[in-house]
Design a protein around this ligand. Structure first.
Ligand code: PAF
Length: 286
């Protein structure tokens, strides 16, 4: 068994449930787990780094979950650079990778019983991606059962996903700690995303307007402005870049209605060329 304290130890790659169970049983606790769909970038590295620092063992899953892709979302286009992903896992000190086939995860075929993600899953990302969060929560529930983490780590980049996972774990009494890890950004502010590889150079330059809009809105909030002015500041930046905006909203920190004062969240989604991108930022309403 590879162990995180041995910097030279190789990551053990498992494919079947039986292999996973055998190596998982030998991992020293606490066990930190990072669920991924592969195509790992610096954002995932940050999750692995935080998890590795806080746990005795580190497990990562690489599984492109078909059930969270809609009929118009091209699953076959999703990048799957397994060798590069594995190299990143090795470098991050991952003890075990579980990279199962679809039939290994969904061994009874299409699940008849799935997690109902509730009202929040119909809003924001859920409004344009029907069924997406049911697919995410169902696979996360399965992965939690199969990997049995003490702690799991999710990026704040997918803030609605993180919020829904926290809620599922609380409402359905999963015995696991969920840790949110701040978004990793390029030096100009663009949030790292596996989808950034689809952007042309010109699109990449325009995409930075998403984070710039959030920053402009957050600066306006810090001056004590109300919600209308906060959102107007963000919209101005998006309009100047000519982005096809889906939403720019101000919500509470739990994605409920924004409070009058206190912690809140700004969220934005838009299409740059053919690529849909999202971003979000914490904001303090004063
Ligand atoms: O954030 C992701 O990469 C996926 O939604 C997750 C959590 C691994 C579930 O497939």
């Amino acid at each position: 068994m590879a162990c995180q304290t041995d910097a030279m130890a190789a990551t053990v790659v498992t494919r079947t449930r039986a292999q996973l169970e055998t190596v998982r049983a030998a991992l020293p606790a606490p066990v930190g787990v990072v669920f991924t769909m592969g195509a790992l970038h610096e954002g995932h590295q940050a999750l692995l780094r935080v998890a590795s620092e806080a746990n005795a063992s580190l497990l990562a899953t690489i599984f492109v979950n078909p059930r969270q892709f809609g009929p118009n979302e091209d699953l076959s286009r999703y990048p799957q650079p397994f060798d590069e992903d594995l190299a990143r896992c090795e470098k991050a000190g991952v003890d075990v990778v579980w990279a199962p086939a679809v039939a290994e995860v969904y061994r009874n075929g299409e699940p008849q019983i799935t997690v109902d993600p509730g009202q929040l899953a119909t809003e924001l990302e859920g409004a344009s991606r029907p069924g997406h969060f049911a697919g995410v929560l169902t696979v996360v529930a399965k992965l939690l059962h199969l990997t049995r983490p003490d702690r799991t780590y999710f990026g704040e980049k997918d803030f609605q996903q993180l919020t829904l996972i926290r809620r599922m774990v609380a409402d359905l009494d999963f015995d696991v700690e969920i840790v949110g890890v701040p978004t990793v950004r390029e030096s100009d502010g663009l949030a790292l995303s596996s989808r950034n590889v689809y952007l042309s150079t010109a699109e990449r330059d325009r995409a930075v307007a998403l984070s710039a809009a959030l920053e402009a809105a957050a600066r306006t909030a810090a001056r004590g402005a109300g919600p209308d002015d906060i959102l107007a500041a963000g919209r101005d930046v998006l309009a100047a870049a000519g982005l096809d905006v889906d939403y720019l909203v101000l919500r509470g920190a739990d994605l409920g209605p924004a409070p009058r004062v206190g912690p809140a969240r700004l969220l934005v989604a838009g299409r740059v060329g053919g690529t849909r991108l999202i971003d979000n930022m914490p904001v303090s309403l004063v």
